[in-house]
Design a binder for this molecule. Sequence first.
Ligand code: CO8
Length: 260
Amino acid sequence: MLKYENLLVEEKENILHVTINRPKALNALNQQTMSELEQLFGKDYADRKDIIGVLLTGSGDRAFVAGADIKEFIGVASEGSGKEMATRGQDVFFLIENFHRPVLALVNGFALGGGCELAMACHMRIAHETARFGQPEVNLGIIPGYGGTQRLNQLIGKGKAMELTLTGNMINAVEAHTLGLVNYCLPAGEAMAKALELLQTIGTKGPVAIEESIRAINAYYASSDFVAEAEAFGRASSTEDFMEGASAFVEKRKADFKGK
Ligand code: CO8
């Protein structure tokens, strides 16, 4: 049996159920969790042709993933490390985006920052009616760094992507559905069943056709500029404003930004 510290992993009827399991931190993505996602998608299941697909969700009933782990990131922020960490996260999410079987995000609560970016790296998103989405990085004085500046455009278009990224506002699942950010918005009791139904349908199709469809659809977006995002993230995360924004989050107060 494979062992992960922050992921619950279970195979049922050829579907891999992966649950990010840090509920006390609203399943925030710390480096350990990122390493485990890398191991799962890049190594442990990279050649598993027998699985139909993956269902990725968050533990508990409050959050899918509330973002990168802000408390962990405060300690390591400087221009170099910010760019490096964003690039590393982007690389983990590329493993998901390019996985040979469909990865469905079952968004069961907050999908914020890196959590929204994780959901967007999946091939489809099924949301609980209570889910909330957003890219709140500007509240911390930083920007999305795990692909959000590229994939949000792809899914909902430039105008709304600008609005969500620049305001940091959250949207509910109904609005996310209207915008095309999620495929389905359903009551909690029905969302899992819908995700399983989609995967079971896909499981009746030719596996090579599924793999090649994923590859070809992703090819359309190959010109996206993730490097520009990582560099911009590096610059933003090296500012005093980020230190202020992150400290304000930890101290549960409003940030006072100075623009430097
Ligand atoms: N990181 C670390 N801890 C978190 C995070 C997070 N992203 N989100 C929540 N937590 C913790 C809280 O600190 C709190 O811990 P404690 O009980 O010890 O105080 C616990 O989870 C519960 O959270 P709250 O008490 O805040 O719960 P509320 O119901 O009051 O609020 C919210 C829920 C609205 C979700 C609120 O927790 C929140 O705003 N969280 C932060 C959301 C956010 O800003 N996400 C973006 C993070 S930055 C990011 O993702 C950048 C991606 C690229 C990074 C690249 C390099 C690392």
